[in-house]
Design a protein around this ligand. Structure first.
Ligand code: AQP
Length: 339
């Protein structure tokens, strides 16, 4: 499959399953903004509320989190003039193509998804069918736009490989060249931001421990306190990246510093190598507050007028459907549906 026939288009999404974390910001949103501003792509960004309900969501909290996520996107620099910003359930073609892809994807493929295993834990029997089928809907989210590039964090790599498999199987089974081969864009110093309490676990909005993550709505004191209390080891920071091997917590804090300051890990270590955490942590806290405070202030301002957020999302859905409706119509024709 040759992607040159497709408009260069970026799609990515975030679940409104809680408040935004620093992991979502560095691993996803910050890079969404960069790709928007590069100008090489049409960019579509999404609050994936249909994914969020694969695990229980209180309806009022889901509504609030969806609007807060939209505010987070905009406050971080996603411009509704430059990007299409939508809520997934407002663009029905996502779920419609999701069904077709549920019929293309194989049970064996889905059973290998590590995120399902992680999220379902020991209780897979009691998980929703939606949690198991999630990656087929994710493939539809992307391919209903014929998106060519998908910026994500490291944890989504396997789902994107599945998206490519679904597109290839659809194209093969129906003898068409209809869906593109999407390119995952996983780059930068913070493709996997780890929990502040456990360097082997990713920072996550649904982690029961609030101390494990920095929320985008945390105030300066809370950010500083969480960084001060972040788990570390007793050694000084090394001067080279090699020295962070087998030091997951130290590596995580250096990665966060590098991503926030738009430096490489090597550049950071050249400056801070030899420092103790007692010196490095306050510098990291100061940097985090200086980068995150303007965003949280703007989020709070935007949340004062949710009517305006809803209006922007309704307009985004109209723009999105100009792309998705013809792609779904053509898919139905290929599959043999009448009417
Ligand atoms: N810790 C992370 N480091 C780097 N990137 C991350 N992402 C999430 N956590 C990190 C990236 O953010 C995007 C949106 O993720 P999501 O909200 O759709 O789902 P998730 O990956 O399951 O994120 P959470 O925070 O862990 O949510 P919950 O707790 O609800 O499951 C993706 O691009 C993801 O890679």
């Amino acid at each position: 499959m040759n992607n040159t026939q497709f408009t260069p288009r970026v799609f990515s999404g975030i679940q409104p399953s809680g408040g935004l974390t620093l992991g979502n910001y560095l691993g996803a949103i910050k890079r969404f903004v960069d790709m928007q501003n590069q100008g090489d792509f049409q960019t579509v960004y999404c609050m994936v509320d249909l994914h969020a309900i694969t695990v229980w969501q209180d309806p009022a909290a889901l509504r609030r989190n969806t609007r807060e996520l939209a505010a987070g996107f905009i406050a971080s620099g996603i411009s509704p003039e430059k990007s299409i910003l939508i809520n997934q359930s407002a663009v029905p073609e996502h779920a419609q193509l999701g069904w077709i892809f549920s019929c293309v994807a194989r049970m064996g493929w889905m059973s290998r998804m590590t995120q399902f295993k992680d999220k379902a834990g020991k209780n897979a029997e009691a998980s929703s069918l939606g949690l198991f089928a999630y990656p087929a809907l994710m493939a539809a989210d992307i391919l209903v736009y014929h998106a060519t590039h998908v910026p994500v964090g490291e944890d989504q790599k396997q789902h994107l490989e599945l998206t490519r498999d679904i597109a290839a199987k659809f194209n093969h089974d129906y003898g068409v060249d209809f869906f593109p081969e999407v390119e995952p864009v996983i780059e930068g110093a913070a493709t996997r931001v780890m929990s502040l309490r456990d360097g082997s676990k990713k920072m996550s909005k649904s982690d029961p421990s609030d101390a494990s993550r920095i929320n985008m709505t945390d105030d300066a004191d809370t950010i500083a306190k969480k960084i001060r209390k972040a788990k570390t080891d007793p050694d000084a920071l090394p001067s080279e990246a090699e020295g962070l091997k087998d030091r997951p917590e130290a590596r995580n804090l250096v990665n966060i510093y590098a991503a926030l300051n738009e430096q490489t890990v090597e550049q950071v270590l050249a400056e801070v190598g030899g420092q103790q955490f007692g010196t490095f942590k306050p510098a990291l806290a100061e940097l985090a507050v200086s980068k995150l405070s303007p965003i949280s202030t703007e989020m709070a301002r935007l949340m004062d007028d949710v009517g305006e957020i809803d209006k922007l999302l309704a307009n985004g859905a109209l723009q999105a459907r100009e792309i998705t409706a013809p792609i779904l119509k053509k898919t139905y024709e290929i599959v043999g549906m009448v009417g």
